[in-house]
Ligand binder design. Structure first.
Ligand code: GNR
Ligand code: NI
Length: 176
């Protein structure tokens, strides 16, 4: 296992459309392992392969909540290969979203409250599930990454331009 570097705005790779995975190879398993390690280290609740510069339709997720007593949560690692949203509710919900590729920036985003998702697991088995709450928000955020879409794309042009400018400046400063 290894922690991989998470790419950050304005890296153009974040705008790539990721390619479907044809076969779950040893390399794919290794990538998923590394994505979990990278996601837990960050820490984040989801990660798309493009965030570690691999343009493949692969997502890792763990929505495990810390218990009330503040003890460690039981991990619930999940892998989604070639995920697709096959239906979305009319009803929407608003969540404050963040993204590991846009560090320390949080804004409310409105999305369908419930979605039905179809995906393949690491054993090649196809699943269909209904998602709601944080799961629905997170899977939509991650599938957006596979299509080169970021949550800031749903904000006003003013807010989006402001955050893009801030990260572009920071990247320029880091170059010097
Ligand atoms: O860690 C993350 N938290 C989060 C919170 C609200 C909505 C979406 C997310 S996903 C994010 C990790 C990430 O950037 N995944 O692409
Ligand atoms: Ni993200």
């Amino acid at each position: 296992m290894a922690i991989r570097e998470i790419i950050i705005l304005p890296d153009k790779q974040l705008r790539l459309v990721s390619k479907p995975i044809q076969k779950v190879t040893a390399e794919i398993r290794q990538l998923a392992d590394d994505m979990f390690e990278t996601m837990y280290d960050a820490p984040g609740i989801g990660l798309a392969a493009i965030q570690v510069a691999q343009p493949l339709r692969l997502i890792t997720m763990d929505l495990a909540k810390k218990s009330e007593e503040g003890g460690e949560a039981t991990p619930q690692p999940r892998v989604f290969i070639n995920p697709e949203i096959i239906s979305s509710s009319e009803e929407t919900s608003v969540y404050e979203e963040g993204c590991l590729s846009i560090p320390e920036y949080y804004e409310e985003v409105e999305r369908p409250a419930k979605v039905r998702v179809r995906f393949t697991d690491l054993d090649g088995k196809v699943h269909e599930e209904d998602a709601e709450g944080l799961y629905a928000t997170c899977i939509q955020h991650e599938i957006d990454h596979l299509n080169g879409v970021l949550f800031v794309d749903y904000l006003s042009k003013l807010k989006r331009d402001r955050v893009l400018k801030k990260f572009t400046k920071a990247a320029k400063r880091a170059e010097e």
